[in-house]
Design a protein around this ligand. Structure first.
Ligand code: SF4
Length: 252
């Protein structure tokens, strides 16, 4: 275990406090042991083309907003500057992902040109207390429409487009909705996933009931982490990045 992780976890255990985020809760729900490997022991998932492309696109859009640019050429120049060249097996794979990313950004640029909303926050951190725990996250983008309403947008770069039902019940957006209100005092009217690979935006809303149940889940997971309840759940081993290193892995 890395020393910095040891100190952080020792301190958190001592004061009975966990630092929570959507990624952490999601890892814990999939397999508590996986949560431990990543967030207590400091295991890292190896770079993959999909992760590198996702990082590149997020960093490109962030820098594009920061520079307040309105030019496609500049967006594509930033893309080249921010390119994360890790996890690719051979040059053709690199070229394939690079071209996919360029297409996403051209479609993004064209879509943004047709919207009359103004971006008011991008890559915005939030943090709020929950009992003894802390909940954190980073929101990709919050736009304000001419009628004054807000729309929270999260960019997705994977190939799959989620169904409306999945977006309606998605935990990440509910935690972001809580973060928006608790930390930024903003109540978005719409919460959207922008599936850049398909240039599709799927929007939803959030209810007080969804927020209450997400808060309860965060509290429950926080308590289990503080109590160091890290039992392996082997139902998802087949898709786990640690399946060849984890001694609990069940692959059949
Ligand atoms: S391989 Fe299976 S048991 Fe091990 S961390 Fe991954 S999901 Fe959990």
């Amino acid at each position: 275990m890395k020393l910095k992780y040891w100190f952080r976890n020792f301190w958190q255990g001592l004061v009975g406090r966990a630092e929570l985020s959507y990624s952490k809760v999601n890892a814990y729900q999939l397999c508590p042991w996986k949560y431990k490997l990543i967030y207590v022991d400091g295991w890292r998932t190896p770079p993959t083309p999909q992760i590198s492309l996702g990082l590149t696109i997020h960093r490109t859009i962030e820098a594009y907003h920061q520079r307040q640019s309105k030019l496609l050429e500049e967006l594509l120049e930033i893309y080249d500057e921010k390119w994360v060249n890790e996890g690719f097996d051979h040059p053709q794979e690199t070229v394939g992902f690079y071209e996919r990313g360029r297409k996403m950004l051209v479609a993004f640029f064209n879509k943004m040109a047709t919207r009359d909303a103004r971006t008011v926050y991008f890559e915005q951190d939030f943090e709020f207390p929950l009992q003894r725990h802390k909940v954190r996250g980073i929101i990709d983008c919050i736009d304000q429409h001419p009628d004054g309403s807000y729309e929270l947008i999260d960019y997705k770069t994977h190939a799959e487009v989620w169904s409306q039902e999945k977006v309606d019940s998605d935990l990440q957006l509910t935690i972001y909705s809580l973060g928006c209100w608790m930390a930024l005092k903003i109540r978005p009217k719409r919460y959207s996933y922008y599936f850049l690979s398909h240039d599709r935006i799927i929007s939803t809303t959030r209810t007080a009931e969804q927020e209450a149940s997400a808060l309860q889940l965060l509290k429950d997971v926080g308590q289990k982490i503080v109590r160091r309840e890290f039992t392996a759940d082997t139902r998802h081993c087949y898709y786990c990045d640690f399946r060849y290193k984890c001694h609990y892995a069940k692959l059949s």
